[in-house]
Design a protein around this ligand. Structure first.
Ligand code: ADP
Ligand code: BMX
Length: 490
């Protein structure tokens, strides 16, 4: 905020709200403020001198400059300390220019001397700053003491609340100066942060989170701290075995970490509501309807678990620590199925939101998008074209070897995802569309997608980028969500 336009804006805001005078630091800022307000200005110049502890308007030349810039009152340090110029010379210089003076005091003795030298106002500004550690409360007693010397007492210093300002008036203040509480956003924020931190209690533990990503093809378990993966294991999702076995396998994989975590996050393919898990598309993974995932995982691991859809978790991971740039973000995973997640206005959407693979497009009737673009579709389509038993990974190899049938499959999938990107842009206009998943991250796929987005005369131009966290976006994202919930912030 240390720039003339900010200081002038603060000044105008304060005057609009009823401030009857302003205290402004530096000749340049007094000039800038004088140009936009007509209320009285107390001007000061702050300097850090090598040979004197006096900081507030130590020199006559400063006092003169303030008068010329438009100050009505010039304030200066009036403490009894080594100083380059006397209070008397400062008072004389200001009075010669027809302006008033204010003595910033730390004690009643300072005020007595300053009044003897002819100052017009005495302030409590320097109380607490001359020796030792400054207190946090205002010095209302000094206000009362100074009031016995003169009616023209300005209460200033550490007045943070309207109640403290009222106390100053009751103690006899002629005027009250509020500084940091109005103009120093960084201080006000810190006061609130400290108060909130103590209200929240001890900050959430920094221990790692055990994050488990269960997809239609593979399951990844990872020990995640912040955005960092300390250790990870990938195993196949034994599709035929069912959720109890998938969880047991994840637990066995996590055994090696010896419970060096204190939170559990599950990012899973399929639909999550109230901690219960169902398949949207049982072809991607045959989850029985309404499986009590959170309860079962909590029992199995002996620790409260949190669950969210895999792609929704990955969207959050990319938003927080990956390709996200702070704007709205859509994440797409082209993997066994086609999943998605949306972060709007800094919030991850849950429930059904982002299930792009299940959308059917305006024509309706046709199969879902993932039934014509996913890794599972590639596998089935290769078989249909006479190449059975191949996974997407192999099909990409054949495509790179310029085999027409394989190139056709890859580019059909990419073309459909490109059209989806266009539709997403038209529906949500996100800053970025981030693509991940085994197929999405396969070499060359993203370039194909980006090159196939329909043109629309250049108006609809999605920014399609690769997932920076690669296949780890889901575990990183869900671990962060677990932490945020622990900290009561979601
Ligand atoms: P999940 O669906 O379990 O989250 P993945 O993101 O790895 O797991 O997606 C699995 C799909 O991605 C499968 O169809 C698999 O064949 C395909 N796939 C995995 N790795 C590659 C690769 N390097 N190149 C092309 N396809 C891949
Ligand atoms: C499916 C759907 C989504 C999931 C997406 C990607 C199921 C079981 N899954 O559209 O919930 O996000 O696949 O999942 O209905 P993946 O297994 O391909 O990573």
């Amino acid at each position: 905020m240390d720039a003339p336009e900010f200081v002038a804006a603060f000044a105008r805001a304060a005057v609009n709200a009823g401030a009857s005078a302003l205290r402004i630091e530096s000749i340049a800022y007094v000039k800038a403020v004088r140009a936009v307000v007509s209320v009285p200005i107390i001007g000061i110049v702050k300097r850090d001198l090598a040979d004197s502890p006096v900081r507030i308007t130590p020199f006559v030349s400063d006092a003169e400059g303030l008068c010329e810039a438009g100050a009505d009152i010039v304030a200066f340090d009036a403490t009894d300390r080594a100083r380059p110029e006397t209070v008397e010379t400062l008072v004389a210089a200001v009075k010669r220019r027809g302006k008033l003076t204010m003595a910033d005091c730390a004690s009643i003795e300072d005020a007595e001397r300053a009044l003897g030298a002819g100052v017009d106002f005495v302030g409590t500004t320097l109380s607490g700053y001359v020796t030792g550690q400054a207190p946090t409360d205002p010095d209302t007693e000094l206000v009362a003491s100074l009031r016995r010397l003169t009616p023209f007492v300005v209460a200033e210093g550490r007045i943070r609340t309207p109640q403290q300002a009222q106390q100053a008036v009751r103690a006899g203040a002629y005027a009250v100066v509020i500084g940091s509480a109005i103009t120093r956003t960084e201080h006000v924020t810190a006061w609130f942060r400290e108060a909130l931190e103590s209200a929240y209690g001890p900050s959430p533990s920094q221990k790692p989170v055990l994050a488990i990503d269960i997809g239609g093809t593979k399951t990844m378990a990872a020990l995640v701290q912040g955005s960092e993966i300390l250790s990870e294991v990938s195993i196949a999702t034994e599709r035929a075995q069912g959720p109890d076995a998938w969880l047991a396998a994840a637990r066995a994989a996590a055994e090696q970490w010896n419970r060096a975590y204190d939170g559990i996050g599950l990012a899973v393919t399929g639909f999550i509501r109230d901690g219960r898990w169902s398949a949207m598309n049982p072809e991607t993974l045959g989850i029985p309807e309404d499986y009590p995932l959170v309860d079962r995982a909590t029992d199995l691991f002996g620790m409260h678990a949190f669950a969210i859809n895999d792609a929704q978790a990955a969207a959050w991971g990319e938003y927080r620590f990956g390709a996200g740039r702070g704007g709205d973000l859509v994440f797409l995973t082209v993997s066994t199925g086609v999943g998605g997640g949306i972060v709007i206005n800094g919030r991850p959407l849950a429930g059904l939101a982002g299930h792009f693979g299940l959308t059917r497009g305006v024509a309706g009737g046709a199969p879902s998008l993932e039934d014509e673009a996913s890794g599972r579709w590639m596998h089935a389509e290769a078989a249909r074209r006479g190449h059975p038993g191949l996974q997407a990974f192999d099909i990409f190899k054949h495509a790179r070897a310029s085999e027409g049938w394989a190139e056709g499959i890859v580019s059909q999938s990419a073309g459909r995802i490109a059209r989806l990107c266009r539709d997403i842009q038209l529906i949500l206009d996100p800053q970025d569309i981030v693509i991940g998943g085994g197929v999405g991250l396969a070499e060359g796929y993203l370039d194909l997608v980006a090159g196939m987005v329909p043109g629309d005369g250049g108006l609809v131009k999605p920014n399609i980028v690769r997932a920076k966290l690669g296949g780890k976006a889901g575990v990183v994202g869900v671990a962060d969500l677990v932490r945020q919930r622990t900290g009561h912030r979601l």
